[in-house]
Write a protein that binds this ligand. Structure first.
Ligand code: ATP
Ligand code: MG
Ligand code: MG
Length: 389
């Protein structure tokens, strides 16, 4: 399909699923990740992978020297090296653009960028110095509880601390010690929503339907696609996500997380410049998955011609993350076995060792009705023995 070679910084499950799409389109990929057994490397027949770090300038340069296009499956990469590559490799394309990665990888810079572009986000304050006086001044200003967040290297809520009152401040500082911080006003959302948006290199924007994400312990647990919300909110969320992505440069797929309030207001929580957990359902429920859409956009391959939205082909879907059991190793595989018994359910395992709270796979069930998806989910979760009506 394409003669270009794509280099991917990161070889986790997102890289693995990107590779599955690339293999189908006969696009060559090279992964940069530590070791030779990461989820993406396991399923590739390429012998050229690099055993190294996406934070090591030399390793990134080695990857760049073998590729026509560089992309990322994680935003926590050494972005300064990406900026420097443009001089050394003038023909190399980097998507998302280093500017976009730089803005997004610091969650506070990301918020400021969105505010400067009149995109609705929850009120956020810089934490100039990490001490209890500063944090209690912030509490007086935005009220308790508030969310204290690490600006960088955050995932699965591991950089967040809920400051419920002044008494929590010392614990918060201990928990997030040495990390650059910012504070967010508490958001009393009724649902969390997400929209996948893909931007082609000429700036055209395509978006998927708005989905609903359900988190447990700060980790995404379930995704309902489409979201169970009024049509007007479905559309409003898509427009908000598209407007937000218009403000960034470069091609690629983006996951836009947002909060939906009872007032009908929507606020963006954060943006990921890569495939996103809330978009895994697109492999089963949409003709063009988020992974293929990303590849098409960064390779300048055609997008569907007549639709500005990728939703037209979609059916109802629920995605359930398979998360490492807290007590018994591999116990979560019982859920996968019930999913194998379930019609129209697909199981994806990432080839990762089971550890408590670690995402080791996901399951997608599709159906013409959401009620039927829910019935399948209840069976898979072991809550019901009934699969048919
Ligand atoms: P991810 O794995 O999505 O990258 P993360 O570590 O970057 O997670 P956030 O998305 O900032 O963390 O927050 C994780 C979850 O915490 C959110 O999905 C939401 O449930 C809750 N949360 C975050 N910010 C707020 C807020 N300001 N008010 C209330 N709840 C919040
Ligand atoms: Mg995040
Ligand atoms: Mg998040």
């Amino acid at each position: 399909m394409d003669s270009k070679t794509i280099g991917i910084l990161g070889g986790g499950q997102l890289g693995r699923m990107l590779l599955e799409s690339a293999n189908r389109l006969n696009v060559k990929t090279i992964i940069l990740e530590q070791g030779n057994n990461s989820p993406a490397k396991q399923i590739s027949n390429s012998t050229e992978h690099i055993d190294g770090s996406f934070n090591n300038p030399k390793d990134i340069e080695k990857l760049a020297s073998k590729c026509d296009v560089l992309t990322v499956e994680i935003e926590h990469v050494d972005v300064n090296t990406l900026f420097s590559l443009t001089e050394k490799f003038p023909n190399l394309k980097i998507y998302p653009s280093p500017n976009t990665i730089k803005l997004i990888q610091d969650k506070y810079l990301q918020k400021k960028h969105l505010i400067d572009n009149n995109i609705d986000v929850i009120e956020s304050l810089a934490v100039e110095s990490s001490d209890s006086q500063t944090l209690s001044r912030i509490g007086e200003s935005i009220g308790y509880p508030y969310m204290l967040k690490s600006r960088t290297l955050a995932y699965d809520g591991r950089g967040n601390f809920v400051v419920k009152s002044k008494d929590d401040i010392d614990n918060a500082l201990q928990f997030l010690s040495d990390r650059p911080l910012y504070a967010e006003k508490w958001c009393p959302f009724v649902k969390e929503l997400a929209v996948m948006v893909v931007r082609s290199s000429n700036g055209d924007i395509f978006s998927y339907p708005t989905v609903e994400t359900v988190h447990e312990d700060n980790i995404c647990h379930l995704v309902y696609a489409p979201a169970r919300i009024p049509d007007s909110i479905q559309l409003k969320a898509k427009l908000l996500a598209e407007n937000a992505i218009q403000t960034f440069t470069g091609a690629g797929i983006f996951g836009v997380e947002m909060f939906y309030l009872s007032s009908g207001d929507l606020y963006i929580n954060e943006i990921a410049p890569r495939p996103h957990n809330s978009g895994h359902y697109t492999i089963d429920a949409c003709v063009t998955s988020q992974f293929e859409a990303h590849l098409r956009s960064i390779l300048d391959l055609p997008m569907p011609k007549y639709f500005t939205s990728l939703e037209t082909s979609m059916t109802n879907a629920i995605m359930l993350n398979v998360i490492g059991d807290k007590g018994v190793k591999d116990k979560e595989l019982e859920t996968c076995k019930r999913a194998l018994e379930t019609p129209n359910a697909s199981v994806y395992l990432y080839g990762k060792e089971s550890k408590p709270k670690r995402k080791v796979g996901h399951i997608v069930m599709v159906s013409s009705s959401m009620e039927d998806c829910e019935r399948k989910l209840n069976y898979i979760l072991g809550n019901s023995s009934k699969l048919s009506i």
